[in-house]
Design a protein around this ligand. Sequence first.
Ligand code: GLN
Length: 454
Amino acid sequence: ITSSDLVSESYKRINEVDGKVQAFLTLDEENARAAAKKIDEKLAADEGKGLLFGMPIGVKDNIVTKGLRTTCASKILENFDPIYDATVVNKLTDAETITIGKLNMDEFAMGSSNENSGFQATRNPWNLETVPGGSSGGSAASVAAGEVLFSLGSDTGGSIRQPASFCGVVGLKPTYGRVSRFGLVAFASSLDQIGPITRTVEDNAYLLQAISGVDPMDSTSANVSVPNFAESLTGDVKGLKIAVPKEYLGEGVQEEVRQSVLDSLKVLEKLGATWEEVSLPHSKYALATYYLLSSSEASANLSRFDGVRYGYRTEQPENLIDLYKKSRSEGFGDEVKRRIMLGTFALSSGYYDAYYKKAQKVRTLIKKDFEDVFAKYDVIIGPTTPTPAFKLGEKIDDPLTMYANDILTIPVNLAGVPGISVPCGFSNGLPLGLQIIGKHFDESTVYRVAHAFE
Ligand code: GLN
């Protein structure tokens, strides 16, 4: 099979189903076909060596791609063509993947359903009346619908794991610092990580391998060695100690979801692992802490979109201040504005200590909860989300219920540790996800446990 065959299959499938699924914002067919042809020539000459040689991939639209429109699903960047590639995109080029196109998301990665996209609402391929999750909904739906084999998403508060769970695919948020953020349009810089979404754990390990590593262009990328993740896919979990936080199976978690986690734990027990109930006592503050901190960081990061330097500019402003105001009012959607206002308020003088500083202190306590558990256990296991995918339109008018969907994924970002979602069952015909959380930079153990289900 050639790379051109794979690329043809990919576009064929997109032509068949993307009218309904609406995962892609931009396709790059001409360049993709040319790149595949080159790969095939190398193959014929026996010169191929990239890790993901010739594989079609989709990229979330908040990761910049040189000359290929990058919108963050926002009107404010509707016609923005970046002048450089993100580090992960350069790494994909080294691994010799083929970029098929750019994937829909919630505007600036703010949301849990893809309904906050400024352009279109991606559907869940399992049931077109339900949401694919968010914010990397396009990334998860495109893999679930068979449009691409691999995709990249980003996860600030669950945006890889929650859509992976809703769409029945595998999604990993790496340890903070494992993957360079250079060229990822910043939402909340202390939480954002790019990560792989795939159909299998094995594919996921290979894609993470391709994008990991320290980067001089991102001072928060960590100078730690990158292990061979595929080597951990042994299926051997004997002797592993698993912690199950009681907060993750309590109130608000649907019975089918709880049951599917308990069934998964039985499987691991049979394979020789043991599990115990533990507590992450500060989990109940995670949601408030996250929305305070992420909105504060977003309000600062999004100040660069001013109608002067990037993207959309209002027509006929009266003066400079008016230009800023109108460009931003017309360019940003409601959810983005809500977060900018919340963040600006929290950071304003007189309120900083009461909100931002306090939230930072709580973040430290949440991190410590994880450290305490990881002193005794190898991984933490729970559901990825409290319920399966919800219906389109069901939560969009009530931001607080929408936020509550992230309750089980957000603590992981606040602690900076890695977490994966793997399919673990169904409820009413919709997929459920099992979340496996590991120690800092121990994605290998996370993969080892995840692989036991394949
Ligand atoms: N749903 C969360 C939010 O709206 C998470 C977003 C993300 O991880 N990018 O902030």
